[in-house]
Ligand binder design. Structure first.
Ligand code: SF4
Length: 55
């Protein structure tokens, strides 16, 4: 299916992007088939948008 996403956590400070380890990673949400780091980042982005849009 689709490519594995690059992991921002594993890639930090590395020259080569590291791919998501999925079920080997503690942050991977098996039930949602997604990464909790992405969810957090997404929510944070929405939150910032909300605050900026509220003016
Ligand atoms: S689940 Fe998230 S933190 Fe874990 S390897 Fe994948 S992208 Fe990185």
């Amino acid at each position: 299916m689709s490519e594995l996403p690059v992991c921002p956590v594993m890639s930090a400070g590395k020259d080569i992007p590291q791919l998501c380890e999925q079920e080997n990673c503690a942050w991977y949400l098996k039930n949602y088939k997604t990464c909790s780091v992405y969810v957090l980042a997404h929510n944070a982005a929405l939150d910032i948008k909300k605050k900026q849009g509220g003016q």
